[in-house]
Design a protein around this ligand. Structure first.
Ligand code: HEC
Length: 108
């Protein structure tokens, strides 16, 4: 490859990345929204303005909790509160957990 064609290839790959990345991000967001609805999180939590009040409102959880702490709450709610009534989500795949953590971390 000549230097010029290498530069062109790098630019093309970069452009492709710019096109692909946002669609990946929104796929994760769609996954997270589906999970939140199907898992019944809103039965206890207000998320994006709608839901219950048995658990804390999550609309600003991204500025209140680190992603790791959110993840721990999802996997093992009793770690923070031994009497927690929140169901563990440890049965979910790592991808699903990550989609939820990322989505919640962006609620600021
Ligand atoms: C049966 C009610 C209930 C359900 C269903 C529930 N939660 Fe919770 N959640 C709670 C309660 C209560 C807390 C407060 C901490 C505790 O007691 O564990 C909490 C805490 C949290 C926190 C930490 C917030 C904070 O400010 O401490 C996050 C994040 C969270 N829940 C996410 C979720 C997600 C995502 C779902 C759906 C997968 C879900 N919860 C389902 C009751 C619930």
């Amino acid at each position: 490859m000549t230097k010029k064609s290498r530069i062109k290839a790098t630019l093309a790959a970069g452009l492709l990345g710019l096109l692909v990345l946002p669609s990946l991000a929104s796929a994760d967001e769609a996954t997270a929204r589906k999970l939140i609805n199907s898992l019944g999180c809103k039965g206890c939590h207000t998320i994006e303005g709608s839901g219950g009040s048995i658990g804390p409102n999550l609309d600003k959880v991204g500025s209140q909790m680190a992603p790791e702490a959110i993840k721990q709450q999802l996997l093992n709610p009793k770690a923070n509160n031994p009497n927690s009534i929140m169901p563990s989500q440890a049965h979910l795949s790592a991808d699903d957990i990550n989609a939820l953590v990322e989505f919640l971390s962006n609620l600021k």
